[in-house]
Design a binder for this molecule. Structure first.
Ligand SMILES: [Zn+2]
Ligand SMILES: [Zn+2]
Length: 163
């Protein structure tokens, strides 16, 4: 069942991607489509290097530079999203819809998490002071089940950005 849902999601993601490219006037070349598909079929929010490796399986002649530039372009146009803030290793997400991310502090994997309550929170005055809210993407941090199999491990790292 999970598998079928993922396939439906994939077809839907690709269809939405085509429509958004049209809306934004971006020509959907074969290369761009393959790069998007490589991202859309990976469920681990890969970085550019991993996308490049996957794309090369289908287009062996493609250059690393093309893949990196295409990802940056799609990201700038809002056609894909970036995850996390590590400058050197930005990860990408084919899903620009509302969802949040749980980042494992040990293995670095980013998992998609639905948490609709966030969308219903009142906007605090402090946020109004700095600008207009357009979307909410929360980055949750902790330890994933692969790294800490105990079912009740709920350790949360609150000051995750401290070096
Ligand atoms: Zn982990
Ligand atoms: Zn995601």
């Amino acid at each position: 069942m999970m598998q079928m849902k993922q396939q439906q999601d994939l077809a839907q993601l690709i269809e939405e991607f085509k429509q958004r490219c049209q809306q934004k006037g971006l020509k959907l070349t074969y290369q761009r489509m393959v790069i998007y598909e490589a991202l859309a079929t990976s469920h681990d929010h890969p970085d550019a290097e991993h996308v490049y490796k996957r794309v090369r399986e289908r287009i062996p002649t493609i250059s690393r530079d093309t893949v990196y530039r295409t990802l940056a372009l799609l990201c700038d146009m809002g056609l894909i999203a970036s995850v996390g803030c590590a400058r050197d290793r930005v990860r990408f997400d084919p899903n620009v819809g509302i969802h949040h991310h749980f980042i494992c502090q040990r293995c670095g994997t980013a998992y998609d998490v639905d948490w609709p309550e966030f969308q219903r929170l009142d906007v605090p005055d402090d946020l109004r002071r700095v600008g207009r809210l357009e979307s909410i993407r929360v980055e949750l941090r902790g330890t994933c089940k692969n790294c800490a199999p105990e079912p009740d491990d709920r350790r949360q790292t609150q000051h995750a950005d401290a070096e």
